[in-house]
Design a protein around this ligand. Structure first.
Ligand code: HEC
Length: 103
């Protein structure tokens, strides 16, 4: 039964839809925040073309908030974590959860 289904699927040869390199950011609440609050002064392409460390993203988002991006502190954290995860300059950090700096 299962074998028959699998065989049928493998014969239908559908092209894979996975992206080789994450050009399209994964959906989520943080992406909604970015689309809403970070696209007023420049397009989100300005953001998604960057690759930064957690510290650099934190500094960048803080700078944008200082400039006028309307993010509450918890939203800021969500955006920093999202950008660090998906647009990191280090492959190791890309799979790790948002780094919390040691006290
Ligand atoms: C009030 C206007 C404004 C808002 C809102 C804004 N930005 Fe910016 N952003 C700018 C300006 C002006 C520049 C270009 C000057 C520069 O490069 O520092 C810029 C440049 C950038 C860059 C490219 C330069 C760099 O430092 O890497 C990134 C990334 C960026 N913004 C991220 C964000 C994010 C993330 C948000 C939402 C939290 C955001 N911006 C919201 C004004 C804004």
């Amino acid at each position: 039964m299962t074998l028959g289904l699998l065989a049928g699927h493998s014969l239908s040869a559908q092209p894979p839809v996975t992206m080789p390199d994450a050009q399209v950011p994964p959906p989520g609440p943080a992406l909604d925040l970015i689309n809403k609050n970070c696209s007023g002064c420049h397009t989100t392409a300005t953001i998604f073309s960057q690759r930064k460390s957690a510290d650099d993203w934190a500094a960048t988002v803080q700078l944008m908030v200082d400039r006028g991006a309307e993010l509450k502190p918890d939203e800021q954290d969500a955006v920093i974590g999202y950008l660090t995860k998906n647009f990191s300059d280090s492959p190791a950090a890309a799979t790790a959860p948002a780094a919390t700096p040691a006290p």
